[in-house]
Design a protein around this ligand. Structure first.
Ligand code: FNR
Length: 359
């Protein structure tokens, strides 16, 4: 019996297998609206057998976008397109998850693509970016406005309203994006947070906004549905956020009632050396797994084949396997992985002739 294809129940939601499509921006939305592209893209991966589909970072406000192509959930007009997606995912056996995000100082990019570093000022049709401190992400990035307490209150309200809309759109899993140098991570990291008030300085203070956002979201996210947080477990720089800080944060998140921690890394500094290779972020997930009790741990980063994913789970290094780029290459990754592990793939009826049953 394969562990990758074993089910997992968290609260009222049963995940049919441990494969999660990692959130990946498509930069294909206009005005934040989900289009046919999103419907087909996510729907295809549900047909492909993913236990869970995380939609890409959905911005809680227009200024919370990375670029004008980001998906959004800042108004009720966004609900309909997302609902069409969640209905299809659920009909096809995948848990429908959404990632709520605010880009912070890494927003207002002109055209976002793999290599784009061009940012637009407000005068050029972009928007003012915000962060804990007025420190730009890189030499050619916009200098952010240092946030006031009122700005933080606005952020909490935006996450709350976005969560209500996520419920209305039929999502079953909500993930708060606190990774990759975006707003909530930029508060955590001592590199980007130089505040000297209750939101800067000690690790408790730097974590305050994230924990407040979680508390606010929990007032409107149904208690019977799982809540996740994505973190960058290290900034890959000795002056930054590190694995030990992440272990501490993971315990706070667990106490706060978070069900899943999705362990990514990086994004605070543009030019750090990251030891990229197969499952390169797994040691960070393992460190967290070692200190939490019941909170589930997600591993992500260059996990690309069935045996690798199965081994991570068998070693109890993580509970869920987030797959990113492999899903862009192969939307049917789970169906093939099931065959590789000699598990019974959950093949949609119209595709059965391509997957003859083993005798
Ligand atoms: C990403 N990633 C990402 N992460 C996130 O938390 N929210 C997002 O919206 C995005 N967007 C995004 C777009 C694209 C095109 C890529 C390739 C990646 C990161 C992604 O979820 C994943 O963590 C990394 O890609 C590492 O996993 P893989 O791709 O090695 O399996």
């Amino acid at each position: 019996m394969s562990k990758l294809f074993s089910s997992l129940t968290i609260k009222d939601i049963t995940f049919k297998n441990r494969i999660v499509q990692s959130p990946m921006c498509m930069y294909s939305a206009e005005d934040g609206l989900a289009s046919d592209w999103h419907f087909v893209h996510y729907g295809t991966r549900a047909i492909g057998g993913a236990g869970t589909i995380m939609t890409e970072a959905a911005a809680v406000s227009p200024e919370g976008r990375i670029s004008p192509g980001d998906l959004g959930i800042w108004s009720d007009k966004h609900i309909e397109g997302l609902k069409r997606i969640t209905s299809f995912l659920k009909q096809n056996g995948s848990v429908a998850g959404i990632q709520l995000a605010h880009a912070g100082r890494k927003g207002s990019y002109e055209v976002h693509g793999a290599d784009s570093t061009l940012m637009r000022t407000k005068e050029e049709g972009g928007w003012e970016v915000m962060a804990p401190s007025a420190i730009p992400f890189s030499d050619n990035a916009l200098t952010p406005k240092a946030m006031t307490f009122q700005d933080m209150e606005t952020i909490r309200q935006q996450f709350e309203s976005a969560t209500k809309r996520a419920v209305a759109a039929g999502f079953q899993l909500l993930e708060i994006h606190s990774a990759h140098g975006y707003l909530l991570h930029s508060f955590l990291s001592p590199i980007s947070n130089k505040r000297d008030d209750d939101y800067g300085g000690s690790i408790e203070n730097r974590s305050r906004l994230l924990l407040e956002v979680i508390e606010t979201v929990q007032t409107v996210w149904p208690k019977n549905l799982p809540l996740a947080v994505r973190i960058s477990a290290t900034d890959w720089d000795e002056s930054g956020w590190d694995s030990e800080s992440s272990q501490w944060l993971a315990q706070q998140l667990e106490q706060a009632g978070v069900d899943i921690i999705d362990v990514s890394s990086g994004g605070t500094l543009p030019n750090v050396t990251i030891p990229v290779g197969p499952a390169y972020q797994l040691p960070l997930a393992k460190d967290i797994k070692a200190v939490v009790k019941t909170m589930k741990v997600g591993a992500v980063g260059m996990i690309t084949n069935a045996e690798q994913a199965e081994t991570i789970l068998l070693n109890d290094d993580a509970d869920l396997i987030y797959i990113g780029r492999e899903f862009l290459r192969n939307p049917y990754f789970p169906l093939q992985a099931a065959q590789d592990l000699r598990a019974e793939p959950d093949v949609p009826k119209p595709y059965e002739r391509a997957f003859p049953k083993r005798k």
